[in-house]
Design a protein. Structure first.
Length: 98
């Protein structure tokens, strides 16, 4: 792969990461309350779905560099999921629809 193609690929990836970061920042700065669904388990092992504040999730996502992992198709840190679970009083979080 020549250097020019590599630099173009890097620009595309960086642009996609910046777009995702921008989307999350817009959620945080939004004036409206918006709620999203979180799937997880309670401390006692029961499956649940709860509505949570999208702004709080977006803040955690940015703190853990979620846009980079998402765009690169990599697994995000387990610590992010642990923080989300604690934030919403769950034993674990399986998925977030943000």
């Amino acid at each position: 792969m020549d250097q020019e193609k590599l630099m173009e690929a890097v620009k595309l990836v960086n642009s996609a990461i910046a777009e995702e970061e921008s989307r999350l920042r817009k959620i945080i700065k939004g004036n409206e309350d918006s709620h999203i669904m979180v799937d997880g388990e309670t401390e006692t092992g029961y499956y649940c779905q709860i509505q949570v504040d999208a702004k709080k999730v977006a803040e955690v996502y940015l703190r853990y560099d979620y846009p980079i992992y998402r765009i690169l198709g990599q697994e995000v840190s387990d610590n992010m999921w642990i923080e989300l679970a604690r934030l919403f009083g769950l034993g674990s979080v399986d998925s977030v629809d943000l």
